[in-house]
Design a protein around this ligand. Structure first.
Ligand code: NAD
Ligand code: LMR
Length: 337
C-alpha cells in the first residue's frame, strides 16, 4: 500500500513540493505542545527537511526519540531547557514558534499577552543572537502583538530584516477555503480565498470578492460566513471546552506555510501566501496581505487588491484594534529589562 519510492508529502494538495529535496534545517520551538507535536510530524514527513531541531521546556527528548524512528531523511534532535536553546536554533533556515499558552473558553487572544509576550521575546532573542538570518514564523498568540515583539527584539540586536519575520495566519485561509467549499459544494483543495488584516476577531478579514473560483453570496449569507471565519478559533476553543484551542488544523496550516516558504527559498516561482508582516500597504504598520515569497523571504507584497465596499469597511473598522495590539507589543519590548 505504501510505496517507498513515491511517498508524497502528506496530502498537501496546494503545497506539494515539486522542487528537488533541499537541505533545510528547521527548528520548532514549543515542539512538545498540542500544535508542536503534529507540526513536527508533518515536517518530519517532508523530503525537503534534512534536520528537524525540536525545542521545548518539557518532553522534547521523548518527542524527538519517537519522531526519529520515522523512515524519512530528516535527522531529528531534541533540545530541552534554556541552556539548549542556542544549539536548537543555530544554523536554521526556518524557525517555527508555536510556544505559549492557548485560550480557554471566555478568553480573548489578547488575554494571552502577559504570558506569551515574555515567551516569544525570549525565544526570538535567542534567534536574533544565534540564527539572525533564519525565516521566523510565529504561531504564538496574540499574533497581532507577537510579530511586533519579534521585530523589536531583532531591531534591538541590530539584525532586523522585515522580509524574514512572518505571523502565521494560514489557518484563517484554510478555514475560509473549507467553509466556502462546504457552502458551494466545491473541492476545498481548489478554493483560494485571501484573508487579510490580522489574526483576532474583527481584524480577520476574508476577501471573498477575490475568491477563486469566483463565488457569490447574498449579503446576509456573506455576513454569516465572514463571522464564522472570524470566530472559527473560538468555535474550536468552545468545542474543546477548556482543553485548549486549534492544534491539528493549526499544525496543517503551519506546515503548509513552512513548505511554501521552503519551496520559494528553493527557487520555486509564483509561491504566494498571506501572512501578518511589516507592511506599507495600509495605514497600519503591520498587516496581512498576499505575499510573493522568494529565496530571501518576502519578494513582493501583493497588497490588498480590489476590495468590495463591505471589505473596505471591515478594513477601516479593524484599524483601531490592530494599531493598539501592535503598539502594545512594541511597548513591551521597549520596557523590557
Ligand atoms: P500547548 O499548551 O499545547 O503547547 C505549548 C507548548 O509551548 C508546550 O509544550 C509548552 O511546554 C511550550 N512552552 C511554554 N513555554 C515555553 C518556552 N519558554 N519555550 C519553549 N516552549 C515553551 O499550546 P498549543 O495549543 O500548542 O498552542 C500554542 C500557541 O499557539 C498558543 O499561544 C495558541 O494561542 C497559538 N495558536 C495560534 C494559532 C494561529 O493561527 N496563529 C492557531 C492555534 C493556536
Ligand atoms: C485560532 O485561530 O484557532 C487560534 O488563534 C487559537 C485561538 O485562540 O483561537
Amino acid at each position: 500500500m505504501f510505496s517507498r519510492v513515491a511517498r508524497p508529502v502528506l496530502g498537501f494538495g496546494r503545497s506539494l513540493s515539486t522542487t528537488p529535496p533541499s537541505n533545510a534545517r528547521v527548528a520548532v520551538l514549543g515542539a512538545s505542545g498540542g500544535i508542536g507535536q503534529p507540526l513536527s510530524l508533518l515536517l518530519k514527513n517532508s523530503p525537503v527537511v534534512s534536520h528537524l531541531a525540536l525545542y521545548d521546556i518539557a518532553h522534547t527528548p521523548g518527542v524527538a526519540a519517537d519522531l526519529s524512528h520515522i523512515e524519512t531523511r530528516a535527522k531529528v534532535t531534541g533540545h530541552i531547557g534554556a541552556e539548549q536553546l542556542p544549539e536548537a536554533v543555530k544554523g536554521c533556515d526556518v524557525v517555527v514558534i508555536p510556544a505559549g499558552v492557548p485560550r480557554k473558553p471566555g478568553m480573548t487572544r489578547d488575554d494571552l499577552f502577559n504570558t506569551n509576550a515574555t515567551i516569544v521575546a525570549n525565544l526570538t532573542e535567542a534567534c536574533a543572537r544565534h540564527s539572525p538570518t533564519a525565516m521566523i514564523c510565529i504561531i504564538s498568540n496574540p499574533v497581532n502583538s507577537t510579530i511586533p515583539i519579534t521585530s523589536e527584539v531583532f531591531k534591538k540586536h541590530g539584525v532586523y530584516n522585515p522580509n524574514r519575520i512572518f505571523g502565521v495566519t494560514t489557518l484563517d485561509i484554510v478555514r475560509a477555503n473549507t467553509f466556502i467549499a462546504e457552502l458551494k459544494g466545491l473541492d476545498p483543495a481548489r478554493v483560494n480565498v485571501p484573508v487579510i488584516g490580522g489574526h483576532a476577531g474583527k481584524t480577520i478579514i476574508p476577501v471573498v470578492s477575490q475568491c477563486t473560483p469566483k463565488v457569490e453570496f447574498p449579503q446576509d449569507q456573506l455576513e454569516a460566513l465572514t463571522g464564522r471565519i472570524q470566530e472559527a478559533g473560538t468555535e474550536v476553543v468552545k468545542a474543546k471546552a477548556g482543553a485548549g484551542s486549534a492544534t491539528l488544523s493549526m499544525a496543517y496550516a503551519g506546515a503548509r506555510f513552512v513548505f511554501s516558504l521552503l519551496d520559494a527559498m528553493n527557487g520555486k516561482e509564483g509561491v504566494v501566501e498571506c501572512s501578518f508582516v511589516r507592511s506599507e500597504e495600509t495605514e497600519c504598520p503591520y498587516f496581512s496581505t498576499p505575499l510573493l515569497l522568494g529565496k530571501n523571504g518576502i519578494e513582493k507584497n501583493l497588497g490588498v487588491g480590489k476590495l468590495s465596499a463591505f471589505e473596505e469597511k471591515m478594513v477601516a473598522e479593524a484599524m483601531t484594534e490592530l494599531k493598539a495590539s501592535i503598539k502594545k507589543g512594541e511597548e513591551f519590548v521597549k520596557n523590557m529589562k
